[in-house]
Design a protein around this ligand. Structure first.
Ligand SMILES: Cc1ncc(COP(=O)(O)O)c(C=O)c1O
Length: 310
């Protein structure tokens, strides 16, 4: 991560190096934070943030699940995201809004006593799983770590603590030479990648695990479902058994960081013929077309920071 100049911190811009936290912050001990990952793209017409309002809404949903009151409005948080791009002069960037329980108490229920801190950072960012991965696919494995049931760890909240499992999944995959790990739910059905949702294609039909399979309700997942519909495909939100990954014709991961990354093998079993499949390619064309000017934004997903006059 390359340092930018400023971080938005509790309503003000502070220098990157000044955006520090106290070691007695509740979140540091217990994972009591919620956050978002949002992307800014530099398009031929200017800079856009992809689905900013939906990301900020999910941030507030995550906070609500943990009963944290965000001391700013959703519109103020959207503006903070636009401002952090502008003041830092970023082009293709990852934006990280964060709400966390600060100093006050180390009692587990710190809701009354801990200050709710809010920050937004951003930095220049490329393809998370590599440009070659986006084009040719990545090698993935099924993780030995499974997702907790939502009765223990609410998967729909994008909370700091959830990412302990994600780290185990990702680290294990990387140690064994895979770029990403795919976990199963507590019920043993396919859940998601460590930081991505998953789509499976077989016989021209598209499937993705339902929210009940302990997944984060991905904003890219939703975009891909809408893009697929626009191409005449329906997407079945269905429980997916592990072995369906091995016999899929096409497989891809979706996420703000990973965008749309095909998977070319799972546990060293080739997916289809090992090449990015036609349905995946068609969906990628529309998705990436939104940012290089080839595709009209018929969904209202682009939040313009600056738009050059045509
Ligand atoms: C665990 C997990 N699942 C799925 C996703 C994909 O969600 P989105 O498309 O909203 O980035 C992410 C990334 O934020 C994630 O961390």
């Amino acid at each position: 991560m390359e340092a930018a100049d400023f971080i938005w911190r509790n309503g003000e811009m502070v220098a990157w190096d000044e955006a520090r936290v106290h070691v007695m912050s509740h979140a540091l001990h217990y994972g009591s934070s919620v956050f978002e990952g949002v992307r800014c793209y530099s398009t031929p017409e200017g800079r856009v943030i992809f689905r900013l309002r939906e990301h900020i809404r999910r941030l507030f949903d995550s906070a609500k699940i943990y009963r944290m009151k965000v001391p700013y409005s959703q519109e103020q948080m959207c503006q903070a995201c636009r401002d952090i791009i502008t003041v830092n002069g970023l082009q293709n960037a990852y934006i990280r809004p964060l709400v966390f329980m600060g100093v006050g108490t180390l009692a587990l229920n710190g809701l009354q006593d801990c200050k709710i801190e809010v920050a937004v950072g951003a930095y220049e960012f490329g393809a998370y799983l590599g440009q070659a991965g986006i084009e040719n696919g990545i090698d993935a494995c099924v993780s030995s770590w499974s997702r907790s049931t939502s009765a223990a760890v609410p998967a729909l909240a994008k909370a700091g603590g959830n990412y302990l499992t994600a780290q185990l999944i990702c680290n294990e995959a990387n140690r064994h030479g895979y770029l990403e790990g795919i976990s199963v739910s507590a019920q043993g059905m396919v859940s998601e990648g460590s930081g991505e949702n998953i789509f499976v294609i077989r016989d021209g039909k598209i499937y993705t695990p339902p929210l009940a399979s302990s997944i984060l309700g991905g904003i890219t997942r939703d975009a891909v479902m809408k893009i697929a519909h626009s191409l005449g495909y329906s997407v079945a939100e269905e429980s997916i058994p592990r072995e369906a990954l091995y016999i899929a014709d096409e497989l891809f991961l979706t996420g703000t960081a990973a965008e749309i990354t095909p998977v070319k093998s799972v546990d060293q079993i080739e997916v289809g013929d090992g090449r990015t499949g036609p349905i995946t390619k068609a969906i990628q064309e529309i998705f990436f077309g939104l940012f290089d000017g080839r595709q009209q934004d018929q969904w209202g997903w682009l939040d313009w920071i600056d738009r050059d006059a045509p």
